[in-house]
Write a protein that binds this ligand. Structure first.
Ligand SMILES: [Zn+2]
Length: 215
């Protein structure tokens, strides 16, 4: 291949890469779901990594099913849903401060108690000021989460749900609370995943504001 051909092929490759949004590693439709399932599979609750759920009678680990709210699905899917729903909120919710995702930012250069470590940035067009709590505070803030779309999935509440599951008196309650526990686990995992994505740790709404669901 001569130099002209190499140049042409390289140019076409770069051009197509720029046009194709699939090259962006963070696809909000699947990334939180897939990351959470992969992490669960490779943690102590995975069948081949400790099989910890066997202690609660879940002999098929993440493939055991739980029913809550008329919905029966595998534990792995409760976790996937929770990770997905942590971004709940449409444009109306975001404008009224009830959306969840503006609380998914944390600037690590700010000092404790992190009251100014959350999102505080502008979307250029139309001009819109976006603010939120530090994701570390949000993860543990029952009050603010309760007032937000989707409700309270704070660490404290998820831990309480876990306790209710362990002490439930009926099989229906046990399944409901365990389903809630794994759903809540997914919510919490989402926040850790966001902290690995640069925009979420440098107070930058601009890139991800193009697609509301990515935050
Ligand atoms: Zn998020």
């Amino acid at each position: 291949m001569n130099r002209k051909k190499i140049f042409a092929v390289t140019f076409i490759f770069i051009f197509l890469t720029i046009l194709d949004f699939n090259v962006l590693a963070w696809d909000n439709q699947v990334t939180h779901r897939d990351l959470s399932e992969y992490a669960a599979e490779n943690s102590v609750i995975g069948k081949n990594k400790g099989d910890y759920l066997k202690n609660f009678g879940f002999n098929n680990a993440l493939d055991d099913s739980l029913t809550w709210g008329g919905n029966t699905q595998k534990i792995r899917n409760w976790i996937r849903d929770g990770a997905d729903f942590e971004d709940a909120g449409n444009y109306g919710d975001m404008a009224t401060g009830r959306g969840r995702s503006y609380n998914h930012f944390h600037n690590p250069l700010k000092q404790y108690p992190w009251t100014d470590a959350g999102l505080d940035d502008w979307i250029a067009l139309p001009p819109f000021h976006t603010t939120g709590e530090s994701s570390i505070i949000w993860a543990q803030d029952s009050v603010t989460q309760s007032a937000s779309v989707g409700g309270d999935w704070s660490w404290q509440n998820v831990r309480a749900l876990y306790y209710y599951a362990l002490t439930a008196q009926t099989e229906t309650d046990r399944q409901m609370y365990f389903a809630n526990t794994f759903d809540g686990l997914g919510h919490q995992m989402h926040l850790i995943q966001d902290a690995s994505q640069p925009d979420h740790v440098r107070n930058d709404i601009t890139t991800i504001s193009n697609n509301l669901n990515e935050v």
